[in-house]
Design a protein around this ligand. Structure first.
Ligand code: FES
Length: 111
């Protein structure tokens, strides 16, 4: 028997509202999610809490496909949610499935 997961996509706003090389915090039923817009024009979504001490990643500095946490400067991958560099292996923030459709941000927020 095949087990399949159906993703329920939730529209959380316009992609153009996420600043270039920045982020926007989105409140969801599952918690706050940070949606990032990288310098290369890609979008990523991860929960808005650092795996170190829950710092607000949406207020961090985006560099490449990572964000530097504003509290203690851990670097978190936007692709995997994993801590990078010297803090690799110390923690991970859950990644949220994201797609852009007709200029809208859709998040896969299955509970
Ligand atoms: S809370 Fe993010 S580095 Fe400490």
């Amino acid at each position: 028997m095949n087990a399949s997961v159906v993703i329920h996509w939730t529209d959380v706003g316009a992609a153009s509202d996420v600043p270039y090389q920045g982020a926007r915090r989105v409140e969801t039923d599952l918690g706050a999610v940070a949606v990032f817009h990288t310098v290369s024009g890609e979008y990523f979504a991860i929960f808005d809490r650092c795996p170190h001490k829950n710092g607000p990643l949406s207020e961090g500095i985006v560099h490449g496909k990572a964000v530097a946490c504003p509290l203690h400067n851990w670097s978190i991958s936007l692709e995997t949610g994993q801590a990078l560099g010297a803090d690799a292996g110390k923690g991970c923030t859950p990644v949220v499935p994201l797609m852009i459709e007709d200029g809208r941000i859709l998040l896969g927020l299955n509970s």
